[in-house]
Design a protein around this ligand. Structure first.
Ligand code: T4K
Length: 371
């Protein structure tokens, strides 16, 4: 796809300096080692552990494969409680593992799974909970953990949006049994395509490293039905460079959020999130929620008005995953089970949010919304 010059897109990739990348490519070329746990792969894992304040991480080729692998690694079967308000990859990972997704409604305060709704969805077949830190907003990790412990369930967090998010100085990626990240081009931190899994101990890290390499533990031993989802050296080198500039990019996003909030606070019928106390946010998305009656225009009317003027917000996450053909027959997919998610999916527009937005871009965007 070619982006027209005056178009403002919902995001734009953080790109490393081309000369610096070229220098690292030269190292990769010279080494003649281009994938399969090479030195850049190791360096990026170390650098990410330090940046994210986590003990162990395993790099992947995208953010979907660690989800699939996490369910495999924990030998999840039966039913998995999850949210319908996410990117389809979350639920697809459950389905691809031969498990049944069970949708519960979300909390409008953070668009994450509503802990009050989890217990009613637990059956004797439930083995895990898979919440999403949607837009990088932390889920209620303490309450989810308490429920998981009470019922003996595993918790796998889809933290695709939560790169660098911390609560009271601690990484959000420490919550649950495993957390997964996406380093896709559209994310705060990207390796073009890429992803990772965060775990608590060395044994699990070893097992995950085997599973992402076909299950190989050495040249002739296969410990289980693994897959191929290793990050290559070119992307790992790119990732090392992007890590150096990600804090600056997050700060630029923060400034964009400040500007949006200042301009939109007095607009009737537009709701948005403020920062949560004690949380280091990453400003990965800036969702606004349109109350059609109060605002005097529906979400879709505003969305298409913006689009006509070259401002491409996105309706993440509309339609709900539970409405797609694979899932809509599930009892938990019924609209009356998911009233909050259904309403929010019909109200949301994610405004353009990235490190490269100029003051003029923001003026153009806000002129279309403020009334
Ligand atoms: N879990 C969650 C909660 C997720 O949100 C995602 C992915 C995953 C799991 C799975 O992770 P991955 O396997 O993807 O690593 C995008 C992304 O493809 C997807 O990664 C992301 N979530 C999802 C929320 O959004 P689209 O279909 O909206 O992307 P696309 O191609 O329309 O791009 C959006 C805009 O970004 C474009 O209008 C312009 C800009 N862009 C995009 C690309 C690819 C660029 O400027 N340059 C680019 O190279 O799905």
């Amino acid at each position: 796809m070619v982006i027209k010059k005056d178009t403002i897109t919902v995001t734009s990739p953080l790109l490393p300096d081309l000369d610096a990348f070229h220098a690292l490519l030269k190292e990769v070329w010279d080494s003649k080692w281009i994938t399969n746990n090479g030195s850049f792969h190791k360096r990026l894992e170390e650098a990410l552990c330090a940046y994210l304040k986590v003990p162990y991480i395993s790099l992947f080729t995208n953010g979907t494969l660690p989800l699939l692998t996490a369910l495999q690694a924990l030998r999840i079967t039966g039913e998995v409680i999850t949210t319908p308000y996410s990117f389809v990859a979350t639920t697809h990972a459950i389905w691809w593992n031969g498990c049944k997704p069970v949708f519960v409604d979300i909390d409008p305060a953070n668009c994450g799974m509503d802990p009050d709704k989890i217990e009613a969805a637990i059956t004797p077949r439930t083995t895990a909970i898979m919440p999403v830190h949607c837009y990088g907003k932390p889920c209620d990790i303490e309450r989810i953990q308490a429920i998981a412990e009470r019922y003996g369930l595993k918790v796998i967090y889809d933290a695709a949006h939560a790169f660098g998010v911390e609560v009271k100085g601690k990484s959000i990626l420490e919550a649950g049994d495993l957390s997964t990240l996406s380093f896709h081009a559209t994310k705060v931190y990207n390796t073009v395509e890429g992803g990772a899994m965060v775990m608590h101990d060395a044994e699990t890290k070893k097992r995950i490293d085997y599973l992402k390499n076909f299950g190989f533990a050495g040249e002739t031993t296969v410990i289980g039905p693994g897959i191929n989802s290793k990050m290559d050296e070119v992307r790992a080198a790119y990732g090392l460079l992007n890590l150096k500039q990600v804090d600056e990019a997050i700060e630029k996003r923060h400034q964009v959020a400040i500007r949006y909030r200042e301009a939109l606070r007095s607009v009737k019928g537009i709701r948005f999130f403020d920062d949560m106390p004690g949380v280091r946010h990453n400003y990965s998305y800036f969702p606004v929620f349109v109350d059609a009656e109060e605002y005097g225009m529906t979400r879709d009317e505003l969305y298409f008005k913006m689009k006509e003027q070259g401002v491409y917000g996105r309706r993440y996450f509309y339609p709900l995953i539970s409405t797609f053909s694979t899932y809509r027959g599930l009892p938990s997919a019924a609209d009356d089970n998911l009233p909050v998610a259904t309403r929010i999916a019909n109200e949301v527009i994610c405004l353009p949010m990235h490190h490269g937005l100029s003051g003029e871009d923001l003026d153009r965007i806000l002129e279309l919304i403020v009334r």
